[in-house]
Ligand binder design. Sequence first.
Ligand SMILES: Nc1ccc(Br)nc1
Length: 446
Amino acid sequence: AELDNARTGRSCSLDSPPTHLDVTQKIDVNPPKGTRDFPPEEMRLRNWLFQNFREVSQLFGFEEVDFPVLESEALFIRKAGEEIRDQLYCFEDRGNRRVALRPELTPSLARLVIQKGKSVSLPIKWFAIGQCWRYERMTRGRRREHYQWNMDIIGVPNVTAEAELISSIITFFKRIGITSSDVGFKVSSRKVLQEVLRRYSIPESLFGRVCVIIDKLEKIPIDDIKKELKSVELSEDAVEELLQILSVKSLTKLEEKLGSSVEALADLKQLFLLAEKYGYSDWIQFDASIVRGLAYYTGIVFEGFDREGKLRAICGGGRYDRLLSTFGGDDIPACGFGFGDAVIVELLKERGLMPELSPQVQNIVCSLDQDLQSEASSVAARLREKGQSVDLVLESKPLKWVFKRAARINAQRLIIVGSTEWQKGMVSVKILSSGEQYEIKIDELE
Ligand SMILES: Nc1ccc(Br)nc1
């Protein structure tokens, strides 16, 4: 009912919102279906992951940006039959506007680039880490939100941009202990598809839709793929040729099939040459079946995969030279990738690479009797002024309780404010790792 209300813009709240005294209705303490809470332990892992995303992005000279989670629905309405469209988390707001929770970040980035126009100089190198949404029937019990790391290079037409993006992802993998024996990148170019469609005089307008269908290879039966391709007027021959080409796994074979003048080949050869120079050749392989499921890719496409074949794609991206112009912007070349926060964690667990992240606090401060509580607060304030983190025990507790809490929050030092020591202008300090204990003048504490 609430969702209907939200969709129609009617009030979302209850008639008379419960006051703090009403306990007539017990609320569901779980988050909405398909969404997650981030209690401290999960939040530490998320922060660790995002910190690595950020540090790699900055290592490559990218600037961080973000956009509203809520966007105009129009940003994502593409007529190519994409899954991302079918699962759009969209509704009508109270102003009768059609809006959507963003399913991806690239359209928002394109919108901002156009909005900025000439005020930003090219090339633009931006990265973002943002929550993205899909409304999937819970039949499949899958998540409805995830966080995606994106890096995009706008304004560079040649594949040096794609080579740089792949290098940044590999840098990230190496930082967290993933090697080229764990993960590889399948690389191809949509210009391969484009060339085949051209040879069969398939209209350009069908390109996006054909790519979306091809992306379902290995996800749905081959006969359904063929049926869908024929439904967009591909002839039997065109379908057969297409599927033939998509099974090619070497550039030499591709050259035999398409000839050496095809632009796709030049791009791919240059990319593999650059990979050699970056030193990441053992991470990438040509695979013509890679097309990715977003309609707007126009050139090189790539996806990171787990070599054991147990997990879904870890990340993916490619060139999207037409997206800005389809939004009414200038004809500016662009490429980028998206990297979700879910599969990578599954991979880390698989490989035993999950980081040990415990809470960290330098000091726990307590007073031994109630009359010294304010003195304990002044000791905490003094330490914090010196940049020391302090967990201040806020009510009178037995020392046994304090020690237990100190262990739980992984405190390094216990500072005890006791009356005898306080009379002498001192406090007791206990180094919890070694057990070493001593008294120190308050104004020497740091
Ligand atoms: N696009 C998208 C959004 C949210 C999730 Br979970 N997966 C994919």
